[in-house]
Design a binder for this molecule. Structure first.
Ligand code: FAD
Length: 404
């Protein structure tokens, strides 16, 4: 089908690594690429390399279920995800790239009076943060999503918290758009370049060792998502991160049937429909630590059962593919965006199930920190030492009905 497109050129250059950069970013996922982009766009820094062990888009940025939202409750997360959603809303214009950002709305289902109260509280928090939320009762919910199992679901449907500005985006396009934008501003994106060591002298970072030779750098940023602990260990650091597998699934393409994103926290299930027509859905972690980007069958069975319970009609669709990604789980479910005790070494990780929606926000606040040395106002609480001191924990795991 693509044979007629012979004139197509790569979106970014394929440069050889230079011996030295001002800033080296380890990890060419969504967060590494957006950090590079905002360093160049907002701070005029260009002598930057993004080092990626595989290919751009091969990590979680190309494996997630693409949900974008700003419906967090706790201070720290609330203002950060609000900042990120605003960047999403101007992203296509900014990157001049179609990332297929679709604000189709998200509905988090609730199933008891207690859950309704919690949803109302969350909705009020979202509104006071400047975002949007509408509490739907059972009949309003039925009008919007009549195909849900209103009759004999084990957890009866009481209603849903509707977040109209939430939605989805095309994950690969987000990686490609940021990659092209960074490349156009002079950033070197170097693929097949695994970092194997971090050079430190007298408490200051000096550069990295890679499979393509050593590279000196004044500043080094670790943005390796599921492999954050392994990368930080190269600097002698032990991060409060466990890596776990999260699986996802897509069916054959169908005509439009699901208009929004629906999360069913009690069943550990969430679903949306891609623009190509596939039903994209997932559930909970596989619950064992691993660096294998594939999961196990009991989780597959659990997710399918939850899907069938919530919307029996999906039993007619054929599942086309399933896959897994390595999640960097932090103890409180919230991210770490910080300096380290090593001068010039920075860390960005702990994205748990939900780092796709954070890609623009994370890149912008991390770039601000690396360039200026100061915390961005939208990220004053994502400190690494909160796990040592116990102060400033942001215990909002994004689990249950807030999943992904
Ligand atoms: P990655 O793309 O994984 O980037 C990290 C990169 O670092 C990788 O490319 C890796 O190869 C590279 N790297 C690692 N070690 C080295 C090294 N030594 N040297 C050089 N490079 C290295 N989030 C949402 O907000 N909404 C969702 O709906 C959602 N659904 C998800 C569903 C699934 C199945 C999964 C797996 C994740 C989901 N997420 C979701 C989470 C989200 O995808 C991640 O939190 C986010 O993508 C992680 O950041 P990243 O894009 O930078 O990661």
């Amino acid at each position: 089908g693509l044979t007629g497109n012979k004139g197509w050129r790569p979106h970014w250059r394929d440069p050889e690594p230079k011996p030295e950069y001002d800033i080296v970013i380890i990890g060419g996922g969504g967060h590494g690429l957006s950090t590079a982009y905002y360093l160049a766009r907002d701070h005029g820094l260009k002598n930057i390399a993004v080092l990626e062990r595989g290919y751009i888009g091969g990590g979680n940025i190309g494996r997630n279920t693409t949900i974008v939202r700003a419906n967090y409750f706790l201070q720290g997360n609330s203002e950060f995800y609000s900042h990120s959603l605003k960047l999403w809303e101007g992203l296509e214009e900014d990157l001049n790239y179609n990332v297929m950002h679709s604000q189709r709305g998200i509905i988090n289902l609730f199933h008891s009076d207690g859950q309704r109260d919690a949803a109302a509280r969350r909705g009020n928090m979202m509104i006071s943060q400047g975002d949007d939320a509408i509490l739907l009762g059972r009949e309003e919910l039925r009008k919007m999503v009549p195909y849900l199992n209103f009759d004999d679901l084990r957890f009866p449907l009481y209603g849903g918290l509707y977040h109209p500005r939430g939605g989805t985006a095309r994950h690969d396009a987000v990686a490609w758009g940021y990659a092209r934008g960074a490349d156009q501003r002079g950033v070197d994106l170097i693929q097949n370049c695994e970092v194997t060591g971090i050079d430190i002298e007298n408490g200051k970072v000096k550069g990295v060792q890679t499979v393509r030779g050593p590279i000196r750098a004044k500043k080094v940023a670790m943005v390796a998502a599921g492999r954050s602990s392994q990368v930080a260990a190269m600097a002698g650091m032990r991060l409060p991160i466990e890596s776990h597998i999260l699986q996802a699934f897509v069916t054959e393409g169908l005509k439009p049937v699901i208009d929004n994103v629906i999360t069913f926290g009690m069943g550990h299930f969430y679903i949306s429909q891609s623009d190509k027509g596939g039903l994209v859905f997932g559930g909970d972690l596989d619950f064992y630590a691993s660096y294998a980007a594939r999961g196990n069958l009991p989780t597959v069975e659990h997710v399918m059962e939850a899907g069938m319970a919530l919307m029996p009609m999906i039993g007619k669709a054929k599942v086309l593919r399933s896959w897994g990604g390595i999640m960097d789980m932090s103890p409180d479910g919230s991210p770490i965006i910080d300096k380290t005790h090593i001068d010039g070494l920075y860390v960005n990780c702990g994205w748990n199930y939900g780092g796709f929606k954070a890609v623009p926000g994370s890149g912008s606040v991390f770039a601000h920190l690396i360039a200026t040395g100061n915390y961005h106002p939208a990220s004053t609480r994502h400190r690494l030492d909160r796990f040592r001191t116990g102060r400033g924990i942001i215990d909002e795991e994004g689990k249950g009905s807030q999943h992904n």
